[in-house]
Design a protein around this ligand. Structure first.
Ligand code: AMP
Length: 429
């Protein structure tokens, strides 16, 4: 039996990988304009990080994590529970605390690009290994980390990225999920409202109603939706400070021309969010229509044992960005066709061919080469299949004279040239 990629994982192959690189390159450029720098955190972490950071009651932690007991090194040692990261914000905040990044000047503006892992039901746009590009702004309140200008800044940055990638027809949905001070009253109201109806809801909602009623809004079960529609919304429970914060975010977005829709059902599937929560969706993506999501997490650092460090961030589903790009860019993937094919002419020419190819590559040409066992006809055919126009023939005479026969497969012309001429002509092209 042949071995296949594990369910929910996939290989990314060329030429599509060029699209992935384009997304990542563009993100790096845009993030740099907003003064973000890259952070890379480990792919696995202590399970407690996600239990405490993302929240025990979330679907991610309760159902979707790849967790295992690491082998204890000594008998006296307890096996450590480890988890493949299901998201990257908790890891970034752990690193912020561990390396005392709050001691740095101003705010920390960090971005990451990498694989995340969730045991979800695989479908189009949803994988068990998927890729996120995310960014976080975090720091002490004295550095302005709580300010609504930060919320608006990351949203503007996202709009710039979407524009540069020419991803169109997106909708920005915005909500405020309040802060710990406004949450208890809302939770009480929600529990009360759920009291009479929860028996008619799905098992997940029955669990959520007990552990963390806000999570009921994550429910996707169609039969539960009419019930959820009638539940109280967090928007009715925001305190004065939350409301003012949310108003200012909206005011800046309006002033800077960022269109948005208020969706007071949007709570996002992670417990750490406070105040601003947002999602960019695109209808053409189908059922998995969220391009990216994010929000504020003012209490996360403290929940992980760190100092007070409000923050805001987002995670882009890179798989979905690439899907959104594909319809327009699929045919424009820059096909990187080699500029020349080196054809060794007969036995004993491999060394000279390898040397020539290496010299041309050092001079900046994309080069492919054949093998001395190939007849010239086969070299031409191979070059043609690869879409290469110029074939450089290298035999005994050529190595002696330093002049190579260069055949243009399109025009059929053949010319003698030395290395510097070949390089020069390709540069001009
Ligand atoms: P989250 O970390 O849940 O806030 O998700 C942020 C973004 O990551 C979503 O909007 C999706 O675009 C993407 N995403 C989340 N889960 C998956 C998945 N299983 N497969 C592909 N993309 C995902």
């Amino acid at each position: 039996m042949t071995i296949k990629a594990v369910r929910g994982t996939r290989d990314l192959l060329p030429p599509e990988t060029a699209l992935w690189n384009r997304v990542e390159q563009t993100a790096r450029e845009v993030f740099a304009l907003y003064n973000f720098s890259e952070i890379r955190t480990p792919i696995f972490e202590d399970t407690q990080l996600f239990a405490r950071g993302v929240g025990e009651a979330t679907d991610i932690v309760s159902k979707e994590m790849y967790t295992w007991e690491d082998r204890a090194r000594a008998q006296s040692e307890k096996a450590q529970s480890l988890t493949l990261r299901p998201e990257n914000t908790a890891g970034v905040v752990r690193a912020y605390i561990e390396h005392r990044l709050w001691e740095g000047p101003g705010l920390q503006k960090l971005y990451y690009i990498g694989a995340q892992f969730r045991r979800e039901r695989p479908q189009k746009g949803r994988y068990r290994q998927f890729y996120q590009i995310g960014a976080e702004v975090i720091g002490p309140p004295t550095a302005g980390s709580e300010s609504p200008v930060r919320d608006a800044e990351v949203l503007q940055m996202l709009v710039m990225l979407l524009n540069r990638l020419e991803i169109k027809d997106w909708t920005l949905q915005l909500n405020s999920v309040g802060s710990p001070s406004s949450r208890p009253a809302f939770n009480d109201a929600l529990r009360k409202a759920l009291n009479g109806v929860v028996d008619r809801m799905c098992v997940d909602c029955q669990r959520r109603a007990v552990t963390n009623p806000l999570r009921v809004f994550d429910c996707k079960v169609p039969e539960d939706q009419p019930i959820i529609e009638k539940l109280p919304r967090i928007s009715g429970f925001l305190d004065e400070a939350d409301r003012k914060h949310f108003d200012q975010v909206q005011e800046i977005l309006r002033a800077t021309g960022v269109p948005f829709l208020i969706n007071d059902r949007l709570v996002r599937g992670l417990d750490y969010y406070t105040r601003t929560a947002f999602e960019f969706t695109q209808g053409s993506l189908g059922a998995q229509n969220a391009l990216l999501g994010g929000g504020r997490y003012d209490g996360l650092s403290e929940a992980l044992g760190g100092p007070r460090a409000p923050g805001i961030g987002f995670a882009i589903g890179e798989d979905r960005f690439v899907m959104a790009l594909a319809p327009t860019s699929g045919t424009h993937v820059p096909e990187l066709v080699p500029q020349a094919y080196v054809a060794p002419l007969g036995e004993g020419m491999n060394v000279a061919a390898a040397k020539l190819a290496s010299e041309l590559r050092s001079a900046g040409l994309r080069v492919e080469f054949g093998d001395e066992s190939f007849r010239l006809k086969k070299s031409f055919e191979t070059a043609e299949k690869l879409g290469i126009q110029k074939v450089i023939i290298i035999g005994e005479d050529e190595t002696k004279s330093g002049e190579y026969s260069v055949k243009d497969l399109k025009t059929g012309e053949q010319q003698k040239m030395c290395i510097s001429e070949i390089v020069e002509r390709n540069r001009r092209r």
